[in-house]
Write a protein that binds this ligand. Structure first.
Ligand code: UFG
Length: 370
């Protein structure tokens, strides 16, 4: 990106680019066609794939790096089907320093969106060293290689889990730490590493995105979440029950201090989340230092509200039983998303019904995954 051509002021209503004014937010993101390569690194969730669709649609050149530990190369074909463009794909591990060095030598990379991490809370309790090694090492390796190759923009997938057990709504200014599992601690530690890196290197620009509960799928039904084994998370469990792969959902506790006694979370559609990343990378291109944003809707939804909404909008039963609480679960977690709206011009647009419809479309069109 030729920064001299562009005036970006996210406190104003518009973005001026090459003499033209664009309204701030996703429209501005789409309008700014950035010719340089942006590297997006994906290992875990379909929100990344939806982000890639957004980047491709916004005219970005992207290089996808994935070790295929928990993902399928067929995703690349599907991205091409949706966007008409085939992104460059490099199979490599982000902890592999030589591979990262080659990558940055082969491509003129101007910014990194780093998602390459392990994310299963329960597994992290059983295999903490694996989580600390993989999540920290991949981040440190990429940061070191970026510095050697003069690349300064870094967007990181963090998580609401860094807030620990605090009353909702959660503001970015709330204290972090007090995590209940090693996965959460890796997110907290990486945030601290990135803050320190920005203090030491004034050219560096980091955006920390604290995701709340991403669900949903691309509306085409071509790209969605395909967890290995028994799903840990609520939405993939619901879709597998609805399609008959599992007998019934167990609702983990109905004795929380919430309106219906079940856990309340801030579910966000993966496509909204992807657009948040587009805005974040643009922000990183125009600023230095470290900034943090919640990506959530600001609305809490209970487990039973989710089950009933899913059943109603898709006209399919979801049998469930009430079980005991799951260890480590909190009663209520939702974001205050005002900062992202004010500074990035981003806000979630999709409804809970959209999330339920799109998750179900993905599941019914791909009953056994990719
Ligand atoms: N739940 C059930 N039954 C299930 C699965 C989940 O009742 O089979 C309930 C949980 O108890 C919770 C809600 O559904 O109340 C959401 O649970 P998820 O497992 O889908 O999501 P969590 O909020 O536990 O965790 C998510 C991510 C984590 C992240 C965390 C941040 O999975 O990676 O949000 O708050 F750390």
């Amino acid at each position: 990106m030729n920064q001299e051509l562009m005036t970006l002021d996210f406190w104003q209503d518009t973005v001026i680019y090459e003499g033209k004014a664009f309204p701030i937010g996703t429209l501005a993101c789409d309008a700014l066609n950035v010719p340089a390569d942006t590297i997006a690194k994906m290992n875990e969730h379909c929100e990344k794939i939806n982000l890639l669709l957004g980047l491709l649609n916004a005219g970005q050149d992207i290089v996808i790096v994935d070790n295929l530990y928990n993902s399928s190369p067929k995703v690349i074909d599907r991205i091409e089907r949706i966007t008409g463009k085939r992104p460059v794909f490099v199979e490599a591990d982000c902890c592999d320093r030589a591979a990262m060095d080659r990558l940055f030598s082969d491509y003129d990379i101007t910014g990194v969106i780093h998602f390459a991490g392990l994310k299963a809370v329960g597994e992290s309790v059983e295999k903490p060293l694996l989580y600390y090694r993989n999540n920290l090492d991949s981040t440190l390796t990429v940061l070191e290689v970026m510095r050697e190759h003069n690349c300064h923009q870094f967007v990181f997938s963090s998580s609401a889990t860094v807030y620990g057990d605090q009353p909702a709504p959660l503001y970015e200014t709330a204290q972090t730490g007090g995590c209940s599992n090693p996965y959460g601690w890796t997110k907290f530690m990486i945030e601290e590493i990135l803050k320190g890196a920005c203090r030491a290197d004034l050219a560096l620009s980091v955006v920390l995105l604290r995701y709340f509960n991403p669900i949903g799928a691309h509306e085409s039904g071509l790209i969605g979440e395909n967890p290995n084994g028994i799903p840990n998370n609520l939405m993939p469990y619901i879709t597998q029950v609805a399609i008959g792969r599992r007998e019934r959902l167990t609702v983990f506790g109905d004795d929380y201090d919430t309106p219906d006694g079940t856990g309340v979370r801030d579910y966000i559609h993966v496509v909204d989340l992807a657009e948040g990343h587009l805005c974040a990378i643009r922000y990183a291109q125009a600023h230095t230092g470290c900034e943090v944003f919640n990506l959530g809707t600001g609305r809490g939804v209970s487990v039973l509200e989710m089950v009933h909404t899913f059943s109603e909008v898709n006209n399919v039963p979801v049998p469930y039983v009430i079980g005991p609480r799951r260890a480590g679960d909190l009663a209520t977690v939702y974001a205050d998303p005002a900062k992202a709206k004010q500074i990035l011009g981003w806000e979630a647009k999709k409804t809970l019904a959209d999330m339920c419809r799109d998750s179900w479309r993905w599941q019914t069109r791909n009953p056994s995954g990719y």
